[in-house]
Ligand binder design. Sequence first.
Ligand code: AMP
Ligand code: ZN
Length: 475
Amino acid sequence: MGLKLFNTLSHSVQDFTPLDPAGKKVGMYCCGPTVYDFAHIGNWRTFVFADLVRRYLEFKGYAVTHVMNITDVEDKIIKGVRESKTTLHDFTGKYEAAFLEDLKTLNCTLPQQMPHATENIPEIIALIEKLVARGIAYKAADGSVYFSIGKYRDNGSTYGRLLKLNFDELRVGERVASDEYDKESLADFALWKARVPEDGTVFWPSPWGEGRPGWHIECSAMSMKALGESFDLHLGGEDLKFPHHEDEIAQSEGATAKPFVKYWMHGAFLLVEGKKMSKSLGNFFTLRDLLAKGFTGREVRYLLLTAHYRETFNFTLEGLQGARTALARIDECLGKLREIAGRDALPRVQADRLDNPARLVDDFTSALDEDLNISAAWGVVFKWITGTNKRMAENSLSAHEAAAALAAWDKIDSFLGIGAPAEIEAPAEIVALLEARQTARKAKDFKKSDALRDELKAEGWAIEDTPKGPKLKRI
Ligand code: AMP
Ligand code: ZN
């Protein structure tokens, strides 16, 4: 079945058909992190969502070029550089390294291209020059260059298609210099910001004098350089619809007179305990905060993948605990399946070559094809687990069927990216307790062996007797 996606541009669910005449290649750009702090759990909701989109498109057979920029110069970064008294490179480098590490912890596929704004200054300047040449951008008295919404609209273009802005109701302001502003101050926005003393050493030469780019133009320049003037998919969190994405469309289409992006996808926000995350409310979590609490990247990824991307997600620590329990249920079922499948030492078989009564792959992907309805898709998984557990309890599942079930799981996990739990190595003193228990068992001292098992349990370790001997498992 074909994939349908909600397109913010058309405000409707549409069939996904890439621009490539062969219907094979897909260009996808996701606004990347602004590297002025550690990415928080809300940011990660958006990046895990982008990872799902990319992996699912690949699963559907598309050759995806996934581009995610690193915003390494904008207002908040300049402020951070000034306050920390470091260089731009040192300041952003630290947070970028942390971001890449977190991306790995969450098992996100690395985008094929991760352009940096600071490495694309000539491209950004060239794009602004085009806009100036077309009369849509102008240099103001302070030496900054602004995008003229009025001129853009006079040329017959529509500004504000993602939000359906009604200009009759808007108080259009003069111009706005900062990267972030709200709808009420809709105004000509800065493409190039003339150097001011607060910028310190962060500036580049340009035809309009020394300065630095505005945030919005960075994404237009980098996305078109990587994917061409028109490309398929552009993603980001819902807060980026305005002004960032509206501005990206205006700058790009203003310069090329071609449609910029075919499908826009926006992920809804993550709230914590129903509130916007903020440091002052004490409800602000980075991924690192959660790891420090003993959770794993796998658990966080799973939790972030449980809700539909267009629904606001309420994050709680109890919810994360619930994710751990749900994953344990999946892992237990898969573990038992592996045991049954391994009995006849069967090679892994293709799920679709064997009868798969639960139709896991078909049902799961049918749900995802409907605008990535992942909540419905998880319903399919848990129904499958209940059915499979029942069959295993009845001893009616053959090794063949177990292998087919595992192959089906592997297929859906190719885009879920949940993977297997990391083997946690037991510390030496725990291994010593296990060995002592084995010795006691051999000597038929069951009282002692039971006591040792209880001691291990108290330390948080269970013993699993497998055909290859006893194994330690974290409880
Ligand atoms: P930033 O690093 O601030 O540029 O944000 C990176 C990405 O995270 C953007 O796509 C934002 O839209 C997204 N984002 C920021 N806050 C949240 C949140 N609370 N929930 C979901 N996405 C968010
Ligand atoms: Zn962007």
